[in-house]
Design a protein around this ligand. Structure first.
Ligand SMILES: *Cc1c(COP(=O)(O)O)cnc(C)c1O
Length: 378
């Protein structure tokens, strides 16, 4: 059989992963959710579910083609306008995932001769997008404005400079110094692109994200806002000026050469955005629960980095340790997953607790009680 050589090599690779505690398993959800990104519980919200069901009955299951062919529906235009209004930008464009949105944006605007400065802990979809981009890529130390400024100063650029960063980092739960970045971008003629994946729906007065909360929406070129996290459905909005959206429609290959998401997704998202925009109590409640979890975990001596978001990491170091601790929580019915390299840097394997509104106060209390038994102390 001509697959023999590949089979043996792959088996070897799998056993290497197994030995270093890095083999991954697909495991269905169970128990109390402490690891999803459904921060506001909108994936199960009755109004969102009803909107999606009604839309499936009316419009069918699939979009049947890409947006530029027969896959475009009025429902997409509507939700894009609604999202732009929510975000405070001129326009928005919906992609089938945050991954696709990052690929679309970062292969469209940065061109050959340009330089993109990228945070060392940026998400894999940004890393992959920059691998596909023809621009030069320079990595700077995580959230370090001085290091970034030095990188910019030392890097010659004949074209356009870009800075790309997450606003709320997905695995550390910390927040980029966006105001400092804005000053630096102004001083160095650099265009700012911000991935708001975990901040959309959670931060800001309207709930549109950290750009809004920090008052820098106008200083950002485009933002990427995933719709499968706090908004509870799927896909992602790129928000920015109309001319940028117009150009993405011409050039973004992940939009052009991919079937549009089901139109029912757009309808469900319109409802989800309405809920976020009109119920600020959801996000204040979420953040106050997260802050309780943070302080309780710190009180029992767990290694929790500083932060003020709904993402609460507990750093454990070796992958085996993270697996073991996660396993103990799982045995008690808590859906907590170990996060290991390559998702996080070697030596920083962790539990990533993500707080959400589906957990009752009683469940949260029980969880913290279990944590005081299980969690290794530093
Ligand atoms: C989750 C995530 C993405 C990818 O979004 P999907 O919609 O899940 O593809 C992109 N960027 C960041 C920072 C993320 O956390």
């Amino acid at each position: 059989m001509n697959q023999e050589k590949l089979y043996l090599r792959t088996l070897g690779r799998l056993s290497e992963l197994e030995k270093s505690g890095l083999r991954r398993q697909l495991r269905p959800r169970f128990g109390v959710d402490l690891c999803s990104n459904d921060y506001l519980g909108l994936s199960e919200h009755p109004l969102v579910k009803a909107a999606m069901c009604e839309a499936i009955q009316r419009l069918g299951c699939g979009a049947t083609a890409s947006r530029l062919l027969r896959g475009h529906f009025d429902e997409f235009s509507y939700v894009e306008r609604r999202f732009a209004e929510f975000k405070g930008t001129e326009a928005a464009l919906f992609f089938s995932s945050g991954y696709a949105a990052n690929l679309g944006v970062l292969t469209t605007f940065p061109e050959s001769g340009d330089v993109v400065f990228s945070d060392s802990l940026n998400h894999a979809s940004i890393i992959d997008a920059l691998r596909l981009s023809r621009a030069t890529v320079k990595i700077y130390e995580h959230c370090n404005t001085d290091a970034l400024a030095a990188r910019i100063a030392e890097t010659p650029c004949i074209g356009q400079r870009f800075l790309v960063t997450e606003s709320l980092f997905s695995m550390d739960g910390d927040i980029a110094p966006l105001r400092e970045y804005v000053q630096l971008c102004k001083a160095t003629d650099t265009v700012l692109i911000v991935d708001e994946a975990h901040a959309t729906g959670v931060f800001g007065k309207r709930g549109s994200g950290l750009l809004e909360e920090l008052g820098v929406t106008e200083d950002c070129f485009v933002s990427i806002n995933t719709a499968g996290k706090a908004l509870g459905v799927m896909g992602a909005f790129v928000a920015g000026p109309q001319w940028a959206i117009d150009y993405l429609v011409q050039k973004a290959r992940t939009l052009i050469f991919s079937t549009a998401p089901p139109p029912a997704v757009a309808v469900a998202l319109s409802q989800a955005i309405e809920i976020v925009a009109t119920q600020p109590k959801l996000r204040t409640e979420l953040l106050s629960r997260a802050s309780l979890v943070r302080s309780e975990l710190l009180a029992i001596g767990a290694n929790v980095p500083q932060g003020r978001s709904q993402i609460v990491p507990v750093i454990l170091g070796k992958p085996e340790v993270a697996l073991k601790v996660a396993g103990e929580f799982q045995a008690r019915g808590y859906d907590v997953r170990a996060i290991r390299p390559p998702t996080v840097p070697p030596g920083t394997s962790r539990l990533r607790l993500s707080i959400n509104l589906k957990i009752s106060e009683g469940q949260l209390k029980d969880f913290l009680h279990a944590a005081s038994d299980i969690m290794p102390r530093v």
